[in-house]
Design a binder for this molecule. Structure first.
Ligand code: AMP
Length: 541
C-alpha cells in the first residue's frame, strides 16, 4: 500500500527557496580574484538566481536538459550558477581547471556543453583550445576587468547577461531524479568519465552531511569553502550552507596559506573544508606566524587524501583547531564516510583516539559499504581483514555518462571504489591501499599508466614504471623508474620534464627520475609496483 504523503520533489530549487525563506539575511562573502571583497545576502542570491534563470532562457536559449559548463573559481557568481542552471532544468557541469588542456577539450566535447561560464583570469586557458570545442555557442566571462579582450567568439560579460533581467521567475516543478550537476573524474587511466548527479542525490547528500555526526553546521557558523567549486560540486557546500543557514565565505583564487589565514581572520570563520595539503600549508604558516588574535576557526573537514594523525594532533595541540576526516569520491557525490569519536571511545588514550580519527570513518546514513576479501566474500568487520571497498547508496553513481564501464560495478549492484580498506567492529573504515594505478598529489589525480606510456614513447627510453612516493606537502608525488634504450644514452631530468610537459599539466610531471638496468616484475610479467615501492622505502632503488 502506498503511503499518503505528498510527492514533493527534492531539488536544488527547494534548497534555494528554503535559504531565502528561512535565512534571507545570511551572507555570501566573496574574496574575488582581483583582491576585492563582495558581500550580499541569501535574499540577494535568490533574486540574482531568478535573473540568471531568465537570462539563460531568453538570451542564451538554454533548454531543459542542456549541459552548461563552468570554468571558474569559488565566488558568488559560481554559486548563482549552482542554483540558476539546475533551477530551469539544465545541468551545471563544473570543469576542473587543473586538468591538462587535452582532458579539458575532451570533457567539453564529450559533455556537449552549450555555453561556458568562465572566469576572466582563466580565459587564456580556454583560448588555447577554443577552435577545437565543437558545441559551445557562447562564452560568458565572469569578473572581467574594465579593459578586457579575448580571442574567444560570442562573448558576453556576466553582468551584461543579467542586466535588465526580471527578478521574478516561476521556477518549474522538476523531477527529482533529473540530472542537475555534472563532474568528470580524471582519476582513471582511460579518458575522463562523467558523473551525473540528480537533484535528489544532491539534496540528500547536502542534508545528510550537515548533520551533527557529519559536518555539524548550523546558522551560527561562518564557513570557508576552500574545496573548489570545480571539484565534485565543492563537496555540496554551496547547498549545505543554505540548508543550515551558515554564512558562506568564498576565496576564489586566494588559496595560498597566507591568504587563507587572512580570510579566516578577517571573516571570523568557524568551520572550513579542504584537502590535507591545504591544511598542512596553513599549519606550517601559523607555526611561523601565529595568528593574533587567535582564529575563530573550530574545525576543518578534510577529504580527498588521508588526513595524517600528526596534523590532527599538531593543529589541535598548537592552535586548538579540530581536524575531521571524511572519505569520498566523485562517484559518491562525494562524501561517503566521516570519522568522529563516539562515547565508546572516551576511555581510550589520546593517542588511540587520534588513531581512530585518522581512519576514514563510518558511513553516512544513506550509504552502505562492504569489504570484499581476496576470496570474493564479504570480509569480517574486524579491523584487520583487507579487501576492496564497495559502496552503494542514495548518492552513489549507477553508471557513467555515455560510457559503459560495467567493470566498476558488481552484478549485485555495488560500486567498486578501487580503494583497499578494513572496517573495524564499530564500523570505522580505514583505507590501506589502492587497486587503481594512480597517484594523488595535493588532491589531484595523476595516472601512472599515462605517464608510463608517454615516457616509453621517448626514443631514449626502453621501459618506465611510475609509482607514488609519500610527500609531506602533497601527500604523494610520482617517481619514475627508467630503463634507458642503451646504457650510454644521455638523458637529463630537464629533458624528460620538457618532453612530458607537452601532454601533462605541471603538477602531474614527476620531480624524481631514477635510472636502473631493469624494472622488477610480477610472476605474470607486470611491473611489480609493490616491490618498487618497497625498494624505494628501503633506499634500495
Ligand atoms: P576523487 O574522485 O578525485 O574525489 O578521488 C576519490 C579517491 O580519493 C578515493 O577513491 C580515495 O582513493 C581517495 N580519497 C578520498 N578521500 C580520502 C581520505 N580521506 N583518505 C584517503 N584517501 C582518500
Amino acid at each position: 500500500m502506498e503511503g499518503l504523503i505528498m510527492d514533493y520533489p527534492l531539488t536544488t530549487t527547494t534548497i534555494l527557496k528554503y535559504g531565502n525563506n528561512a535565512f534571507k539575511h545570511k551572507k555570501v562573502i566573496s574574496h574575488l580574484p582581483d583582491g576585492s571583497r563582495h558581500e550580499y545576502t541569501f535574499g540577494d542570491l535568490y533574486k540574482r538566481c531568478k535573473q540568471l534563470a531568465n537570462a539563460l532562457i531568453n538570451k542564451l536559449g538554454v533548454d531543459k536538459g542542456d549541459i552548461i559548463g563552468t570554468f571558474a573559481w569559488n565566488h558568488y557568481q559560481h554559486v548563482e550558477l549552482y542554483y540558476g542552471i539546475p533551477g530551469i532544468g539544465a545541468i551545471c557541469h563544473t570543469i576542473n581547471i587543473r586538468l591538462s588542456l587535452q582532458q579539458i577539450e575532451f570533457i567539453i566535447n564529450h559533455s556537449e556543453d552549450k555555453v561556458i561560464f568562465v572566469d576572466a583570469s582563466l580565459v587564456p586557458l580556454l583560448e588555447k583550445i577554443a577552435d577545437k570545442l565543437e558545441t559551445v555557442e557562447h562564452y560568458i566571462v565572469i569578473n572581467a576587468p574594465k579593459k578586457f579582450s579575448t580571442s574567444l567568439l560570442n562573448v558576453i560579460h556576466y553582468e551584461d547577461l543579467l542586466e535588465n533581467q526580471l527578478e521574478e521567475y516561476e521556477w518549474p516543478v522538476l523531477n527529482e531524479n533529473d540530472a542537475c550537476g555534472m563532474c568528470y573524474t580524471s582519476g582513471t587511466t582511460g579518458l575522463p568519465k562523467g558523473v551525473l548527479y540528480t537533484h535528489r542525490s544532491t539534496y540528500l547528500h547536502a542534508l545528510t552531511i550537515s548533520t551533527p555526526n557529519a559536518a555539524n553546521y548550523n546558522s551560527s557558523d561562518i564557513v570557508l569553502l576552500i574545496v573548489p567549486q570545480f571539484h565534485v560540486m565543492a563537496w555540496g557546500y554551496p547547498y549545505l550552507c543554505l540548508i543550515t543557514g551558515s554564512d558562506m565565505v568564498l576565496p576564489s583564487s586566494h588559496l595560498q596559506p597566507e591568504a587563507i589565514i587572512s580570510i579566516l581572520q578577517e571573516e571570523k570563520v568557524t568551520k572550513a573544508n579542504g584537502v590535507p595539503t591545504i591544511w598542512m600549508g596553513v599549519y606550517e604558516e601559523m607555526k611561523k606566524n601565529p595568528p593574533n588574535p587567535k582564529l575563530a576557526l573550530q574545525e576543518y573537514l578534510v577529504g580527498g587524501s588521508a588526513l595524517p594523525a600528526s596534523l590532527i594532533k599538531n593543529m589541535e595541540d598548537d592552535f586548538g583547531i579540530r581536524g575531521v576526516q571524511a572519505w569520498g569520491m566523485t562517484e559518491t557525490s562525494p562524501l561517503g564516510t566521516v570519522s568522529r569519536l563516539q562515547t565508546h571511545h572516551e576511555q581510550l588514550s589520546e593517542e588511540k583516539k587520534i588513531q581512530i580519527r585518522a581512519k576514514q570513518g563510518i558511513e553516512f546514513p544513506g550509504i552502505e559499504m562492504r569489504i570484499i576479501g581476496n576470496d570474493g566474500s564479504v570480509a569480517e568487520r574486524d579491523g584487520k581483514t583487507m579487501g576492496e571497498l564497495q559502496v552503494k547508496g542514495a548518492w552513489v553513481i549507477k553508471s557513467y555518462f555515455k560510457t559503459n564501464n560495467r567493470d566498476n560495478f558488481t552484478k549485485d549492484g555495488w560500486f567498486r571504489t578501487g580503494d583497499v580498506s578494513t572496517v573495524d567492529d564499530y564500523g570505522y573504515m580505514q583505507i590501506t591501499d589502492r587497486t587503481k594505478d594512480l597517484i594523488k598529489s595535493g588532491g589531484e589525480w595523476i595516472s601512472s599508466v599515462a605517464l608510463e606510456s608517454a615516457l616509453m614513447s621517448h626514443p631514449k627510453i626502453k621501459e618506465a614504471a611510475v609509482i607514488a612516493i609519500p610527500d609531506e606537502k602533497w601527500a604523494e608525488r610520482p617517481l619514475a623508474l627508467i630503463v634507458k634504450a642503451t646504457a650510454e644514452e644521455l638523458l637529463s631530468n630537464e629533458e624528460l620534464r620538457e618532453f612530458l610537459s607537452r601532454d601533462f599539466a605541471n603538477y602531474q610531471i614527476p620531480d624524481k627520475y631514477i635510472f636502473a638496468n631493469q624494472i622488477p616484475r610480477t610472476s605474470v610479467g607486470k611491473f611489480d609496483k609493490k616491490e618498487i615501492r618497497r625498494r624505494y622505502a628501503q633506499g634500495k632503488l
